[in-house]
Design a protein around this ligand. Structure first.
Ligand code: NDP
Ligand code: CA
Length: 309
């Protein structure tokens, strides 16, 4: 009597068909729901605790990753990096970096598995590593509890460089100004990494921004000098509208159905070729997320990109 697993279609969105110099690659962005938070803090009212056990969820998370086989994988709320994702994904050809949050709320949960944080993996057959840095985001020069992993890669198929950042901004209503400050700090630090005298390094910023599209931090990303655009808008009929939701859950405080997760890409250097459709309300089901067949309250975002010439 469990609802069927989602079947999400990969939609081709590159209308001009100008695919350039090879070097297609796939990116996945996903807040996987920290194990300690899911069991100990979130109080999802329609999700049985049995569905939240790590022994159930870890296979569903790995299955989702392996179904799409991204070349670049950006994860938030990772509190099983060293005992699960790093060993499993490295046996499948990935290499990864992890940045724990300095004061992870997971540490307040009894029986926790360590701090949660952001993780960034890349497929070593597709990319070679140039550099990776862990960043603590500041607000008005004061370090905050939010972080980013920034990895500089080089494509093995065409030699092009790619800079990828994975981040998770401060959650909850009332913290909009902190998110804006954190986003601006990240943009400033990325600018220092990708600006080159010859040509800028193509940039991807994947994250749970905890901000809806009308928030200031979204506007700052859209209007930054880095020429960033949000990839999932390409799925809309007008090409300019974000999906209706990337997270959908019910807590005692009520239902939360909103768009908080984004894949930002340098639109002058990268082109979106395809994007994975969001499941429909009917597919998600009346109990929303997480559930026995989907392990997180956030949906994964998957996009295929190519390098522009
Ligand atoms: P955030 O406010 O950014 O949220 C932390 C996590 O809680 C996120 O992963 C978020 O998920 C999730 N979350 C959001 N809304 C809810 C909700 N309504 N119910 C349950 N979970 C929710 O946390 P901070 O990084 O600012 O850390 C806050 C906590 O960390 C404090 O409550 C404290 O426990 C601890 N802390 C401890 C310090 C210390 O000195 N020991 C210092 C600072 C923090 P999502 O992104 O999916 O919404
Ligand atoms: Ca969460």
């Amino acid at each position: 009597d469990r609802p069927p697993r989602f079947h999400r279609k990969l939609v081709h969105v590159n209308e001009d068909g100008n695919s350039s110099s090879g070097g297609h690659f796939r990116v996945m962005q996903w807040n996987i729901l920290a194990q300690a938070l899911g069991e100990g803090m979130d109080s999802f009212v329609h999700c049985p605790l049995e569905a939240l056990s790590w022994s159930q969820r870890k296979y569903l998370i790995l299955e989702e990753i392996l179904t799409h086989r991204p070349h670049v994988l950006c994860l938030q709320e990772v509190d099983h990096f060293f005992d699960t994702f790093q060993p499993v994904l490295s046996s499948l050809g990935y290499h990864g970096h992890f940045c724990p949050k300095p004061w992870s709320p997971c540490l307040d949960v009894e029986g926790n598995n360590g701090p949660d944080g952001c993780a960034l993996f890349y497929d070593q057959a597709e990319f070679e590593l140039l550099d990776s840095v862990n960043i603590r985001l500041s607000a008005m020069r004061i370090p905050t509890n939010q972080v980013a992993v920034v990895t500089m890669l080089r494509s093995r198929s065409n030699g092009r460089c790619l800079c990828v950042a994975a981040t998770h901004l401060k959650a909850r209503a009332g913290w909009e100004r902190l998110r804006t400050a954190q986003g601006c700090d990240l943009l400033r630090q990325l600018q220092g990494l990708v600006k080159r005298p010859e040509r800028d390094v193509p940039l991807l910023v994947c994250g749970d921004f905890n901000a809806v599209p009308s928030e200031e931090v979204y506007r700052r990303f859209r209007t930054s000098p880095l020429c960033l655009d949000s990839a999932y808008k390409k799925l809309s009929t007008d090409g300019a509208t974000e999906p209706a939701y990337t997270t959908w859950k019910v807590r005692p405080s009520g239902e939360c159905c909103s768009t908080l997760d984004y894949i930002w890409y340098g639109s002058d250097s990268l082109r979106v070729e395809a994007a994975l459709q969001m499941p429909t309300e009917e597919q998600i089901g009346p109990n929303r997320l997480p559930s026995f067949n989907y392990p997180s309250d956030h949906l994964s975002l998957v996009c295929d990109f190519s390098f522009r010439d």
